[in-house]
Design a protein. Sequence first.
Length: 357
Amino acid sequence: MFPNIHALDVSYDTSAFEVAADLDANGQLTPRCAQQVCEHIDRDGFAIVQNFLSNEECAAGMEVVQAALVDRDREHSAFASQTDIHYRRRDFCPLPTTKPVLRTFSLLARRAERVLTEYCSSLWAVLEMSTLTSYAGSSHQYLHRDPADVLCVFAALDDVSQEQGGTILAPETHPYIGFHREHGGKGDLFMRLFQLQCNMRIMRYNLRKVINLWKSRKPMISSEEFYDRVFSKRIDEHQPNLYYFLIKSPNPVFNIYKFGPRTLIRLVQFGKEAAAAYRLIQTCPKKGTIIIYRSDILHAGPDNRSNKPRYFLNINIARDFIHPEAWKNGYSPHSSLLSTPMTLGDLINYPAVSGDT
Ligand SMILES: [Fe+2]
């Protein structure tokens, strides 16, 4: 139905980044399994852990998602495409710290404790717990980095097909110590050129897609939505928008100002080498799989090219002490989490602390 951006250079083969969950008698990843996961996170910037949640646990997680999606008073994430959310192409909701929500995320945190505490002190903040639902007609995010020093976890509660669009990641683009020494000392330059090249394609793809939607009416797109997705002044860093490509937006991921004379010369000089230096993979996680990634790796949430919604649970955990203002400006904590902050340790120990068993 839609042009296929992934005919470019995106691989769906994620076998090199996968680890099968191996649980001990306490239902936690075994030390050996946790070590394998950490090795991927260190080297690749992320790991895909299969069979992490059982079917029953996925069903319980899905109940949390569905309860959130029908809640008229639900809060909406500030760090998603606001245009997509406005037109109900996406529904990204920070979750309140209710018992069902905490039970779901404490299970996840306890099971992955040996991995999470390798990166995050048990005293550091849980920044956000949310549901991420994407529907047909959503846009493709630009390739971007989230604020640094955070560990992010996505949990797939149902099988995610290629058309539904699992997360896209660029392995080894996390800024580990000395990453700039890669590729003959051009690691940093190549990464920036690679990101620009990818985002040029993504902008072109998104614009072609919205025009196709307009023509095919599958799904239906209103004139107002078409205008907003192409020309409007609605500030939206992840939306294909010609206005904000030409006008420097306050929080730009991609615009014409990225293409100064020096960058253009570099693209001519090193464009091919940069394109070959890094690659994109798209996850198609099976039900019960989690994806753990460093927030500063290059990644993108693709569009949903099917009529089946894509559901993810998401938790973001600080890898350092975080200033309260930076927290609010970089993530979307639910108001209940803001008023009663939780640490990773609180979440791991949740049932024992609350008496909610
Ligand atoms: Fe992101």
